[in-house]
Ligand binder design. Structure first.
Ligand code: CU
Length: 196
């Protein structure tokens, strides 16, 4: 029994580590972006790297009004720029000096579906994502929910008391969290959620 617990803890630790490392890279390649199109999950980090020359990343809503949120930096050489995408949707971006020459790109941020099991009897849902002061956990009565910060610190450990449970998340700082839900039958679910 004790050994089983250690094994479970270790397995979870490994999954936390792999989830925490979801980082994508887009580099300048001459006068274009490589890759110029990228699909990520909500909460992922994209690192833009200027490999040479004067460029910038402009994903602002003033240039692209349909972007769910703004990101970008100013024109210079030798930079690395990181952005965490915490809102799902489609984002366009460009390098301002070279946009006319085609130095444009697109990032699609997928809002993960939280039901990780297609069998309706096992359906589990956590919403909304991003969340603010509360999170709904449905169809997991009697289970256990864990929240880990991106550096692996346990922030929440609670029993899910009803089939339409509302988890109070007021005390959590804004950021990306890794959740783990263990159902009473020991089925486990894990993924990423963002607090705004
Ligand atoms: Cu450029």
């Amino acid at each position: 029994m004790y050994l089983k617990k250690i094994t479970l803890a270790f397995t979870f630790f490994m999954s936390v580590v792999s989830l925490a490392q979801t980082n994508h890279t887009i580099s300048t390649s001459g006068m274009s972006w490589s890759p110029s199109e990228l699909t990520v999950e909500i909460g992922d980090t994209v690192t833009f790297i200027n490999t040479g020359g004067n460029h910038n990343v402009n994903g602002t809503q003033s240039t692209f009004p349909n972007n769910p949120e703004s990101f970008g930096n100013s024109v210079s050489s030798g930079w690395t720029f990181q952005h965490i995408f915490s809102t799902g949707g489609e984002y366009n971006f460009q390098c301002d000096p070279h946009a006319n020459g085609g130095m444009t790109g697109k990032i699609i941020v997928q809002n993960e579906l939280f039901a990780q099991n297609l069998n309706n009897e096992n359906f589990l849902s956590l919403f909304p994502n991003p969340f603010q002061n509360s999170l709904n956990i449905q169809n997991c009565e009697g289970g256990q929910v864990f929240f880990y910060s991106i550096v692996g610190k346990l922030e929440i450990n609670q029993t899910i008391l009803s089939s339409n449970y509302i988890l109070n998340t007021e005390e959590l700082p804004a950021g990306v969290y890794l959740y783990k839900v263990i159902k009473p039958n020991n089925e486990t679910f894990s993924g990423k959620l963002v607090k705004k």
